[in-house]
Design a protein around this ligand. Structure first.
Ligand SMILES: Cc1ncc(COP(=O)(O)O)c(C=O)c1O
Length: 437
């Protein structure tokens, strides 16, 4: 029988038990009774990525739906069993003790969560605010950016997330600034992406704010954010970085991005319950983001830049359990595994007539997410039909994406509960669909 202590011990993480919000965790034993211990092999992450026995044990911690194969893990993350149990426990506890808990003890528990998240990201706790997701964080960072004046310009790219493009438009409109749009080259390479940003910065001397998406949701391309941030900074241009997909899908810290303003999710690749994200403002830059809607709290605290009101207590309280599980699986191991699964289907179809894989194979530029087009089809209905075919004929669940300058595509996103066989079936299905096209 695997109890919570057994799970953490097996994962070599018993010391972390005391740092989590532990009361509701008592329920973990029940849910984990028949789960095998999660003992991570000591080999290098790239080797562990191919250890099917280990990933079978990891997958056993997920209650995956039956009757279809989910290859759309990019939307939000599934909670692993210990995380789900902790979440249920926190919901029960918060509901039972209600304001008696929230008014007396929640503040300290919330601070402990914030400290844990800051440690994961490589930030100081006062530099982060917990949000309901990346959207909330990024919209506030953009719209509260203080330095845009009439005649200035903002820059964003076709692969940036739709809601953030709209926020940049709104900011520009409010301040009398102009909007400059960039098309990310296709096919993308590290050199041509860097060159595209260098050229647009050079051609836009009035630029003041740049939006960058580290790992975009349309093609999964990872751009060299740190270098682009440095290029922009050298020209006096500030950067807001959308890292909604980055943490947990890639093994990184905020230092790897080098940005002063970042929005990210805990509820995608870190496996926290839906409703958890982070707004990061580098300590020395707090004064460059305005307070939120006339907030009259202490202006030297990030809380005055992000006011969520009453949010989901249980979601935030569950974050440490999600990070415990993430650490137990192993951040570099998980990143290597999802990329291995991605490489599995891409290697099998790359170069096949009629299949155009949009995302490069350079391991600095890709993680789990990759998109394709079939038979050069770039229309919305055509790509929706491919998604329908994959589900109805082959039981494979994917998603259609739009907003790429060269046209629509289909996105594939495996997660740690998928198997190589799932991706082999996808490759076979794509070859069959391409042959019919
Ligand atoms: C690149 C990117 N940015 C921002 C978001 C918004 O994240 P959320 O809806 O979790 O707030 C998403 C969501 O998928 C995304 O893919």
């Amino acid at each position: 029988m695997l109890t919570r202590r057994g799970f953490l011990g097996a994962a070599g993480l018993a010391g972390l038990a005391a740092t989590t919000c532990s009361r509701p965790g008592d329920a973990l034993g029940e849910l984990q009774d028949d789960l095998p211990p999660l003992r991570r092999p000591s080999a290098a992450p790239d080797v562990v990525a191919r250890d099917e026995e280990y990933w079978r044990r990891v997958a056993a911690y997920y209650q995956v739906g039956e009757g279809y194969t989910n290859l759309e893990a990019g939307y939000f993350g599934m909670m692993a069993a210990p995380v789900l149990a902790a979440y249920h426990g926190h919901i029960d506890r918060v509901n039972r003790d209600s304001s008696y808990y929230a008014r007396r003890d929640y503040g300290a528990d919330f601070e402990a969560v914030r400290e844990r998240v800051a440690r994961l990201l490589g930030a100081r706790p006062p530099e982060i605010a917990l949000t309901r997701g990346a959207t909330e964080a990024l919209q506030r960072l953009i719209i509260q950016y203080r330095h845009l004046a009439p005649g200035d310009a903002v820059i964003y790219a076709d692969l940036d997330y739709g809601a953030m493009q709209l926020a940049m438009n709104a900011l520009a409109q409010q301040r009398g600034a102009s909007v400059v749009k960039l098309e990310i080259p296709e096919p993308a390479t590290r050199a041509n992406v860097l060159d595209a940003y260098a050229r647009i910065l050079e051609a836009t001397p009035s630029a003041r704010l740049l939006l960058l998406t580290h790992l975009n949701n349309k093609t999964g391309l990872i751009i060299p954010v740190q270098e682009i941030v440095a290029l922009a900074r050298a020209r006096g241009v500030d950067t807001v970085v959308d890292a909604a997909h980055s943490f947990g899908q890639c093994d990184l810290t905020l230092d790897d991005l080098g940005a002063d303003f970042v929005g990210l999710n805990l509820h995608k690749w870190l496996g926290a319950p839906v409703g958890a994200g982070v707004m990061y403002i580098k300590g020395s830059r707090l004064g460059d983001i305005d307070v939120m809607l006339g907030d009259d709290g202490p202006a030297d605290r990030i809380e005055s830049r992000m006011h969520t009101g009453t949010a989901n207590f249980a979601t935030f309280l569950t974050v440490p359990a999600a990070l415990d599980f993430h650490d137990a699986v192993g951040a570099p191991h998980k990143a290597a595994r999802v990329r291995y699964l991605r490489d599995r289907w891409v290697t099998a179809v790359r170069g096949t007539r009629g299949i155009d894989v949009l995302t490069p194979d350079d391991h600095d530029l890709v993680a789990a997410i990759t998109s394709f087009r079939l038979g050069g089809r770039t229309g919305t209905e055509e790509n929706q039909a491919i998604v329908r075919d994959l589900l109805e004929r082959y039981g494979l669940f994917t998603v259609w994406r739009n907003g790429v300058a060269r046209g629509d595509c289909v996105r594939v996103t495996p997660s740690v509960y998928n198997t190589p066989a799932d991706l082999d079936r996808l490759a076979e299905a794509l070859r069959a669909l391409a042959a019919r096209a």
